[in-house]
Design a protein around this ligand. Structure first.
Ligand code: 0O2
Ligand code: 0O2
Length: 267
Protein backbone atom coordinates (compact mmCIF):
# COMPACT_ATOMS: atom_id res chain seq x y z
CA UNK A 1 0.00 0.00 0.00
CA UNK A 2 1.12 3.51 -0.75
CA UNK A 3 2.72 5.16 2.29
CA UNK A 4 2.14 8.74 1.18
CA UNK A 5 0.95 11.49 3.49
CA UNK A 6 -2.51 12.03 2.00
CA UNK A 7 -3.19 15.14 4.07
CA UNK A 8 -0.12 16.85 2.64
CA UNK A 9 -0.78 15.50 -0.87
CA UNK A 10 -4.36 16.81 -0.98
CA UNK A 11 -3.56 20.26 0.44
CA UNK A 12 -2.83 22.00 -2.90
CA UNK A 13 -5.97 20.39 -4.38
CA UNK A 14 -8.05 21.77 -1.51
CA UNK A 15 -6.52 25.17 -2.07
CA UNK A 16 -7.22 24.95 -5.82
CA UNK A 17 -10.89 24.02 -5.22
CA UNK A 18 -11.40 26.84 -2.71
CA UNK A 19 -9.74 29.41 -4.96
CA UNK A 20 -11.54 28.29 -8.10
CA UNK A 21 -14.91 28.34 -6.32
CA UNK A 22 -14.28 31.90 -5.16
CA UNK A 23 -13.19 32.93 -8.67
CA UNK A 24 -16.19 31.45 -10.48
CA UNK A 25 -18.64 32.76 -7.87
CA UNK A 26 -17.05 36.20 -8.33
CA UNK A 27 -17.40 35.83 -12.10
CA UNK A 28 -21.10 35.07 -11.63
CA UNK A 29 -21.53 38.14 -9.46
CA UNK A 30 -19.67 40.36 -11.91
CA UNK A 31 -21.61 39.07 -14.93
CA UNK A 32 -24.86 39.52 -13.07
CA UNK A 33 -24.17 43.13 -12.21
CA UNK A 34 -22.96 43.90 -15.72
CA UNK A 35 -25.38 41.87 -17.83
CA UNK A 36 -28.47 41.65 -15.60
CA UNK A 37 -28.39 38.01 -16.66
CA UNK A 38 -25.75 35.54 -15.47
CA UNK A 39 -24.86 32.48 -17.57
CA UNK A 40 -23.73 30.86 -14.30
CA UNK A 41 -26.50 29.73 -11.97
CA UNK A 42 -24.36 28.30 -9.18
CA UNK A 43 -20.96 26.80 -8.53
CA UNK A 44 -19.89 23.87 -6.39
CA UNK A 45 -16.60 22.14 -5.85
CA UNK A 46 -15.06 19.21 -4.08
CA UNK A 47 -11.81 17.35 -3.57
CA UNK A 48 -12.15 13.69 -4.53
CA UNK A 49 -12.30 11.29 -1.61
CA UNK A 50 -9.15 9.18 -1.04
CA UNK A 51 -11.10 5.94 -1.57
CA UNK A 52 -12.44 7.25 -4.92
CA UNK A 53 -8.92 8.31 -5.97
CA UNK A 54 -7.62 4.81 -5.19
CA UNK A 55 -10.53 3.12 -6.97
CA UNK A 56 -10.07 5.29 -10.07
CA UNK A 57 -6.29 4.66 -10.06
CA UNK A 58 -6.97 0.93 -10.02
CA UNK A 59 -9.63 1.15 -12.75
CA UNK A 60 -7.45 3.29 -15.05
CA UNK A 61 -4.24 1.39 -14.20
CA UNK A 62 -2.54 4.51 -12.92
CA UNK A 63 0.52 3.76 -10.75
CA UNK A 64 0.14 5.38 -7.32
CA UNK A 65 3.26 7.51 -7.78
CA UNK A 66 1.69 9.06 -10.91
CA UNK A 67 -1.77 9.96 -9.70
CA UNK A 68 -1.02 13.71 -9.98
CA UNK A 69 -0.90 13.38 -13.76
CA UNK A 70 -3.01 10.24 -14.23
CA UNK A 71 -6.13 11.36 -12.35
CA UNK A 72 -7.40 14.68 -13.57
CA UNK A 73 -10.37 15.24 -11.31
CA UNK A 74 -8.85 15.16 -7.82
CA UNK A 75 -9.83 18.84 -7.78
CA UNK A 76 -13.33 19.18 -9.25
CA UNK A 77 -15.41 22.28 -9.96
CA UNK A 78 -18.98 22.16 -11.24
CA UNK A 79 -20.63 25.13 -12.90
CA UNK A 80 -24.39 24.98 -13.39
CA UNK A 81 -26.10 27.01 -16.13
CA UNK A 82 -29.72 27.66 -17.04
CA UNK A 83 -29.34 27.02 -20.76
CA UNK A 84 -27.15 24.93 -23.07
CA UNK A 85 -25.92 28.10 -24.83
CA UNK A 86 -24.61 29.40 -21.52
CA UNK A 87 -22.33 26.36 -21.23
CA UNK A 88 -20.49 27.45 -24.37
CA UNK A 89 -20.25 31.04 -23.16
CA UNK A 90 -18.74 29.89 -19.85
CA UNK A 91 -16.35 27.47 -21.61
CA UNK A 92 -15.12 30.31 -23.83
CA UNK A 93 -14.53 32.53 -20.80
CA UNK A 94 -12.44 29.77 -19.23
CA UNK A 95 -10.41 29.34 -22.44
CA UNK A 96 -9.60 33.07 -22.34
CA UNK A 97 -8.49 33.15 -18.70
CA UNK A 98 -4.89 33.92 -17.86
CA UNK A 99 -4.88 32.31 -14.41
CA UNK A 100 -5.29 28.72 -15.65
CA UNK A 101 -4.13 26.76 -18.67
CA UNK A 102 -6.57 24.65 -20.63
CA UNK A 103 -5.17 21.15 -21.06
CA UNK A 104 -8.04 19.62 -23.05
CA UNK A 105 -11.83 19.48 -23.36
CA UNK A 106 -14.39 16.68 -23.42
CA UNK A 107 -17.69 17.49 -25.07
CA UNK A 108 -20.10 15.02 -23.50
CA UNK A 109 -22.98 17.15 -24.78
CA UNK A 110 -22.47 16.40 -28.46
CA UNK A 111 -20.92 13.01 -27.69
CA UNK A 112 -23.02 11.99 -24.73
CA UNK A 113 -22.01 8.91 -22.78
CA UNK A 114 -23.61 5.53 -23.14
CA UNK A 115 -25.21 6.02 -19.71
CA UNK A 116 -26.98 9.12 -21.07
CA UNK A 117 -24.59 11.47 -19.21
CA UNK A 118 -24.26 14.97 -20.69
CA UNK A 119 -21.86 17.72 -19.56
CA UNK A 120 -18.98 19.77 -20.91
CA UNK A 121 -15.65 19.02 -19.22
CA UNK A 122 -12.56 21.20 -19.26
CA UNK A 123 -9.33 19.90 -17.78
CA UNK A 124 -7.19 22.82 -16.67
CA UNK A 125 -3.82 23.26 -15.04
CA UNK A 126 -4.11 25.69 -12.16
CA UNK A 127 -1.02 27.08 -10.42
CA UNK A 128 -1.42 27.04 -6.65
CA UNK A 129 0.88 29.43 -4.80
CA UNK A 130 2.55 27.58 -1.92
CA UNK A 131 5.34 28.52 0.49
CA UNK A 132 7.66 26.51 -1.77
CA UNK A 133 6.61 28.38 -4.89
CA UNK A 134 4.05 27.88 -7.62
CA UNK A 135 2.69 24.35 -7.92
CA UNK A 136 0.54 23.41 -10.93
CA UNK A 137 -2.35 21.06 -10.19
CA UNK A 138 -4.86 19.55 -12.58
CA UNK A 139 -8.54 20.36 -12.06
CA UNK A 140 -11.65 19.21 -13.87
CA UNK A 141 -14.32 21.81 -14.53
CA UNK A 142 -17.70 20.30 -15.38
CA UNK A 143 -20.19 22.69 -16.98
CA UNK A 144 -23.81 21.56 -17.23
CA UNK A 145 -27.38 22.77 -17.28
CA UNK A 146 -29.65 22.40 -14.26
CA UNK A 147 -31.46 19.55 -16.08
CA UNK A 148 -28.19 17.72 -16.83
CA UNK A 149 -27.18 18.20 -13.19
CA UNK A 150 -30.53 16.90 -11.93
CA UNK A 151 -30.11 13.73 -14.00
CA UNK A 152 -26.41 13.21 -13.17
CA UNK A 153 -26.92 13.72 -9.43
CA UNK A 154 -29.66 11.10 -9.23
CA UNK A 155 -27.93 8.66 -11.58
CA UNK A 156 -24.70 9.01 -9.57
CA UNK A 157 -26.44 8.28 -6.28
CA UNK A 158 -28.27 5.26 -7.76
CA UNK A 159 -25.01 3.92 -9.19
CA UNK A 160 -23.35 4.45 -5.84
CA UNK A 161 -26.15 2.64 -4.03
CA UNK A 162 -26.11 -0.29 -6.43
CA UNK A 163 -22.28 -0.31 -6.70
CA UNK A 164 -22.44 0.24 -10.47
CA UNK A 165 -24.45 -2.97 -10.92
CA UNK A 166 -27.68 -1.34 -12.02
CA UNK A 167 -30.17 -3.83 -13.51
CA UNK A 168 -30.38 -3.45 -17.33
CA UNK A 169 -34.00 -2.26 -17.29
CA UNK A 170 -33.07 0.49 -14.81
CA UNK A 171 -30.16 1.56 -17.04
CA UNK A 172 -32.55 1.73 -19.96
CA UNK A 173 -34.98 3.90 -18.02
CA UNK A 174 -32.15 6.17 -16.94
CA UNK A 175 -31.17 6.55 -20.59
CA UNK A 176 -34.69 7.59 -21.50
CA UNK A 177 -34.78 9.94 -18.50
CA UNK A 178 -31.56 11.52 -19.86
CA UNK A 179 -33.31 11.91 -23.20
CA UNK A 180 -36.23 13.61 -21.42
CA UNK A 181 -33.78 15.97 -19.66
CA UNK A 182 -32.25 16.76 -23.06
CA UNK A 183 -35.72 17.47 -24.51
CA UNK A 184 -36.39 19.77 -21.57
CA UNK A 185 -33.15 21.69 -22.27
CA UNK A 186 -34.06 21.96 -25.95
CA UNK A 187 -37.53 23.22 -25.12
CA UNK A 188 -36.19 25.73 -22.60
CA UNK A 189 -33.58 26.96 -25.10
CA UNK A 190 -36.30 27.58 -27.66
CA UNK A 191 -38.14 29.86 -25.25
CA UNK A 192 -34.91 31.25 -23.84
CA UNK A 193 -35.26 34.57 -25.56
CA UNK A 194 -38.59 35.21 -23.90
CA UNK A 195 -37.27 34.09 -20.52
CA UNK A 196 -34.19 36.31 -20.71
CA UNK A 197 -36.32 39.25 -21.83
CA UNK A 198 -38.75 38.79 -18.99
CA UNK A 199 -35.87 38.51 -16.50
CA UNK A 200 -34.45 41.79 -17.81
CA UNK A 201 -37.90 43.37 -17.73
CA UNK A 202 -38.28 42.29 -14.10
CA UNK A 203 -34.87 43.73 -13.09
CA UNK A 204 -35.78 46.86 -15.00
CA UNK A 205 -39.14 47.36 -13.34
CA UNK A 206 -37.68 46.53 -9.92
CA UNK A 207 -35.17 49.33 -10.55
CA UNK A 208 -37.96 51.74 -11.57
CA UNK A 209 -39.98 50.97 -8.43
CA UNK A 210 -36.86 51.56 -6.31
CA UNK A 211 -36.18 54.88 -8.04
CA UNK A 212 -39.75 56.13 -7.58
CA UNK A 213 -39.86 55.21 -3.89
CA UNK A 214 -36.43 56.74 -3.20
CA UNK A 215 -37.44 59.94 -4.98
CA UNK A 216 -40.69 60.17 -2.94
CA UNK A 217 -38.60 59.76 0.23
CA UNK A 218 -36.39 62.58 -0.96
CA UNK A 219 -39.42 64.85 -1.44
CA UNK A 220 -40.53 64.10 2.12
CA UNK A 221 -37.00 64.83 3.28
CA UNK A 222 -37.23 68.30 1.77
CA UNK A 223 -40.67 68.78 3.34
CA UNK A 224 -42.48 68.73 0.00
CA UNK A 225 -45.21 66.79 1.75
CA UNK A 226 -48.05 67.60 -0.67
CA UNK A 227 -46.06 66.65 -3.81
CA UNK A 228 -44.73 63.55 -2.12
CA UNK A 229 -48.22 62.43 -1.06
CA UNK A 230 -49.58 63.02 -4.59
CA UNK A 231 -46.78 61.02 -6.16
CA UNK A 232 -47.30 58.28 -3.57
CA UNK A 233 -51.01 58.07 -4.50
CA UNK A 234 -50.15 57.81 -8.18
CA UNK A 235 -47.51 55.19 -7.37
CA UNK A 236 -50.09 53.12 -5.44
CA UNK A 237 -52.49 53.28 -8.36
CA UNK A 238 -49.89 52.28 -10.97
CA UNK A 239 -48.60 49.50 -8.70
CA UNK A 240 -52.16 48.19 -8.32
CA UNK A 241 -52.63 48.23 -12.11
CA UNK A 242 -49.17 46.72 -12.74
CA UNK A 243 -48.64 49.56 -15.22
CA UNK A 244 -44.87 49.40 -15.92
CA UNK A 245 -44.92 52.08 -18.60
CA UNK A 246 -46.88 54.45 -16.35
CA UNK A 247 -44.37 53.73 -13.57
CA UNK A 248 -41.46 54.65 -15.84
CA UNK A 249 -43.16 57.93 -16.76
CA UNK A 250 -43.82 58.63 -13.09
CA UNK A 251 -40.13 58.03 -12.32
CA UNK A 252 -39.20 60.63 -14.96
CA UNK A 253 -41.75 63.10 -13.65
CA UNK A 254 -40.50 62.85 -10.07
CA UNK A 255 -36.91 63.25 -11.20
CA UNK A 256 -37.93 66.38 -13.11
CA UNK A 257 -39.80 67.69 -10.06
CA UNK A 258 -36.71 67.15 -7.91
CA UNK A 259 -34.51 68.93 -10.42
CA UNK A 260 -37.03 71.82 -10.59
CA UNK A 261 -36.94 72.13 -6.84
CA UNK A 262 -33.21 72.47 -7.17
CA UNK A 263 -32.86 70.07 -4.29
CA UNK A 264 -31.65 67.11 -6.28
CA UNK A 265 -28.59 68.87 -7.69
CA UNK A 266 -27.51 70.31 -4.34
CA UNK A 267 -26.80 66.79 -3.04
P1 0O2 B 1 -25.86 30.74 -1.65
O1 0O2 B 1 -26.02 32.17 -1.93
O2 0O2 B 1 -26.10 30.36 -0.21
O3 0O2 B 1 -26.64 29.89 -2.59
P2 0O2 B 1 -18.14 26.97 0.89
O4 0O2 B 1 -18.93 27.17 2.14
O5 0O2 B 1 -18.10 28.20 0.01
O6 0O2 B 1 -16.81 26.35 1.10
P3 0O2 B 1 -20.15 26.06 -0.75
O7 0O2 B 1 -19.81 26.67 -2.05
O8 0O2 B 1 -21.23 26.68 0.06
O9 0O2 B 1 -18.87 25.89 0.10
O10 0O2 B 1 -20.50 24.55 -0.91
P4 0O2 B 1 -20.70 23.74 -2.21
O11 0O2 B 1 -21.31 22.45 -1.78
O12 0O2 B 1 -19.47 23.69 -3.02
O13 0O2 B 1 -21.73 24.58 -3.03
C1 0O2 B 1 -22.98 24.75 -2.57
C2 0O2 B 1 -23.46 26.01 -3.23
O14 0O2 B 1 -24.28 25.65 -4.32
C3 0O2 B 1 -24.29 26.80 -2.29
O15 0O2 B 1 -24.21 28.15 -2.63
C4 0O2 B 1 -25.68 26.31 -2.60
O16 0O2 B 1 -26.65 27.25 -2.26
C5 0O2 B 1 -25.58 26.12 -4.09
N1 0O2 B 1 -26.54 25.14 -4.58
C6 0O2 B 1 -26.57 23.82 -4.37
N2 0O2 B 1 -27.60 23.26 -5.00
C7 0O2 B 1 -28.25 24.26 -5.63
C8 0O2 B 1 -29.39 24.32 -6.47
O17 0O2 B 1 -30.04 23.31 -6.77
N3 0O2 B 1 -29.74 25.55 -6.94
C9 0O2 B 1 -29.04 26.68 -6.64
N4 0O2 B 1 -29.41 27.86 -7.17
N5 0O2 B 1 -27.96 26.65 -5.86
C10 0O2 B 1 -27.57 25.47 -5.36
P5 0O2 B 1 -23.49 29.21 -1.71
O18 0O2 B 1 -22.16 29.45 -2.28
O19 0O2 B 1 -23.52 28.77 -0.31
O20 0O2 B 1 -24.32 30.50 -1.95
P1 0O2 C 1 -17.16 11.82 -8.68
O1 0O2 C 1 -16.30 12.64 -7.84
O2 0O2 C 1 -17.85 10.74 -7.92
O3 0O2 C 1 -18.07 12.64 -9.53
P2 0O2 C 1 -14.02 7.57 -16.65
O4 0O2 C 1 -14.90 8.04 -17.77
O5 0O2 C 1 -14.69 7.65 -15.31
O6 0O2 C 1 -13.37 6.28 -16.91
P3 0O2 C 1 -12.45 9.93 -17.04
O7 0O2 C 1 -12.32 9.89 -18.50
O8 0O2 C 1 -11.31 10.48 -16.23
O9 0O2 C 1 -12.78 8.51 -16.46
O10 0O2 C 1 -13.63 10.76 -16.58
P4 0O2 C 1 -14.84 11.41 -17.34
O11 0O2 C 1 -15.78 10.34 -17.71
O12 0O2 C 1 -14.37 12.33 -18.37
O13 0O2 C 1 -15.41 12.27 -16.18
C1 0O2 C 1 -15.41 11.81 -14.89
C2 0O2 C 1 -16.48 12.51 -14.10
O14 0O2 C 1 -17.56 12.89 -14.94
C3 0O2 C 1 -17.09 11.57 -13.10
O15 0O2 C 1 -16.36 11.63 -11.94
C4 0O2 C 1 -18.47 12.14 -12.91
O16 0O2 C 1 -18.44 13.26 -12.06
C5 0O2 C 1 -18.81 12.58 -14.30
N1 0O2 C 1 -19.42 11.48 -15.05
C6 0O2 C 1 -18.90 10.85 -16.12
N2 0O2 C 1 -19.76 9.92 -16.56
C7 0O2 C 1 -20.84 9.95 -15.76
C8 0O2 C 1 -22.07 9.22 -15.74
O17 0O2 C 1 -22.34 8.32 -16.55
N3 0O2 C 1 -22.95 9.56 -14.76
C9 0O2 C 1 -22.70 10.53 -13.86
N4 0O2 C 1 -23.63 10.78 -12.94
N5 0O2 C 1 -21.54 11.22 -13.85
C10 0O2 C 1 -20.61 10.95 -14.79
P5 0O2 C 1 -16.30 10.37 -10.97
O18 0O2 C 1 -15.02 9.66 -11.21
O19 0O2 C 1 -17.55 9.59 -11.03
O20 0O2 C 1 -16.12 11.07 -9.61
Amino acid sequence: MDGRDWGKFLLPYQQAVEELKVKFKALRKELKSRDEYAPIEFVTGRVKRISSILEKARRLDVPLDRIESGIEDIAGIRIMCQFVDDIHRVAEMIRQRKDMILVYEKDYITNYKDSGYRSYHLIVEYPVQTSLGSMPVLAEIQIRTLAMNFWATIEHSLNYKYKEQLPPHVRERLRSAAEAAFQLDTEMSSIRKEIVESQMEFENSAGTVRNVLNAIQELYFYRKIREAAQFQLRFNELWEQEDILGMKNLALEIQEALVRLGKHEEN
